[in-house]
Design a protein around this ligand. Structure first.
Ligand code: NAD
Ligand code: UDP
Ligand code: UDP
Length: 319
């Protein structure tokens, strides 16, 4: 519906200057919305959204979501939270605060405004899963006191808050469980496997495989994921999720390393390093719900997505 203000909606994206947030802001603007991007620039940056700054429908605000926020919007996407182990373990207490207090503040804002709110949850709420692939009904296997717990338990508590605000205050909520996603504007130093391997390959440095490299992950290209966000937000109020979004193609880290070496034409060799504590052995989404409720599935194959991501890293850091 077009509002009297002459645009579709005014939409808040927290964490909008991050990797996924910047793609989401872009997509929402292209669809004719006004976008308010709120970010404390912990892992995100102005440069991720610099191309959007001249757009009069885009506004960038430096703000930490652990503090209350009083703005007027029609819809909220809550993405603020460091996402890679290196970043979220840098200040674990702040990570939990961001997930939990950030969720309370954004839910309080949504409640005051009667705004629909989406939460970027994560496959990490499944921990080191004992069920494979992971359907939404699986309750997970998380070490509450391990080094990943600040992220995993923070995100689990945020889900709890979303569902309690939904039940208690009749808020319209959408909870997405995102599986590993990659693409242009990933943080170059976040230690995630795709960015690490690409940068190592482009520098001709050894590709660092943690453990034996037989652990698996499923990698979704950012554009596909953002399609899923938009489709989910547009569903009727009774579709709350949680819904898994990710690419069900499953690869070992050895397979990923070989692909990156081939696609970059690198002469890098593989080196093994110790496996980090609590590193999940297998992860693959069961996306049956996304297929039926959102009519969504990923379209970009891993090789094609890697080529686009390699082109981005080459252009930005190796030109
Ligand atoms: P990112 O680190 O690039 O983005 C997170 C953004 O949040 C950054 O811009 C950061 O500066 C901002 N931020 C952090 N703490 C904040 C705070 N207290 N107040 C305001 N802003 C804050 O990571 P991303 O990959 O774009 O992840 C976005 C969201 O998606 C996160 O919530 C993450 O948990 C979730 N997610 C991502 C993946 C993935 O594979 N990329 C997987 C699962 C879940
Ligand atoms: N809040 C906010 N913006 C708003 C409304 C609320 O940031 O527009 C925050 C505020 O810090 C509040 C929290 O959201 O403490 C939860 O709000 P709620 O109304 O659920 O509970 P309250 O704490 O106000 O009783
Ligand atoms: N990994 C690796 N080499 C690296 C970085 C990561 O082998 O340089 C492994 C890591 O141990 C994990 C997988 O790749 O098994 C995915 O790691 P990432 O940090 O990207 O995501 P997450 O563990 O959160 O799924």
């Amino acid at each position: 519906m077009i509002s009297p203000r002459g645009y579709n909606k005014r939409i808040l994206v927290t964490g909008g200057a991050g990797f996924l947030g910047s793609h989401l802001c872009e997509r929402l603007l292209a669809a004719g919305n006004d976008v308010l991007c709120v970010d404390n620039f912990f892992t995100g940056s102005r440069s991720n959204v610099a191309h959007l700054l001249p757009n009069p429908h885009f506004e960038l605000m430096r703000h930490d979501v652990t503090f209350p926020l009083y703005v007027e919007v029609d819809e909220i996407y809550n993405l603020a939270c460091p996402a890679s182990p290196v970043h979220y373990q840098h200040d674990p207490v702040q990570t939990t605060k961001t997930s939990v207090i950030g969720a309370i503040n954004m839910l309080g804002l949504a409640k005051r405004l009667g705004a629909r709110i989406m939460q970027a949850s994560t496959s990490e709420i499944y921990g080191d899963p004992a069920v494979h692939p992971q359907p939404e009904e699986y309750w997970g296997n998380v070490n509450t006191i391990g080094p990943r717990a600040c992220y995993d338990e923070g995100k689990r508590c945020a889900e709890t808050l979303f569902f309690d605000y939904h039940r208690q205050h009749k808020l319209s909520i959408k909870v997405i469980r995102i599986f590993n996603t990659y693409g242009p504007r990933m943080h170059p130093n976040d230690g995630r496997v795709v960015s690490n391997f690409i940068i190592q390959a482009l520098k001709g440095e050894p590709i660092t495989i943690y453990g034996d490299g037989l652990q698996t992950r499923s990698f979704c290209y950012a554009d596909d994921l953002i399609d899923g966000f938009i489709r989910f937000m547009a569903t009727p109020a009774d579709v709350t999720g949680p819904i898994n979004l990710g690419n069900p193609g499953e690869f070992t880290m050895l397979e990923l390393a070989e692909k990156v070496i081939r696609l970059t034409g690198s002469s890098s060799r593989i080196e093994h390093r110790p496996l980090p504590q609590d590193d999940p052995k297998q992860r693959r989404p069961d996306i049956a719900k996304a297929r039926s409720l959102l009519e969504w599935e990923p379209k970009v194959p891993l090789d094609e997505g890697l080529e686009r991501t390699i082109a981005y890293f080459r252009g930005r850091f190796f030109a």
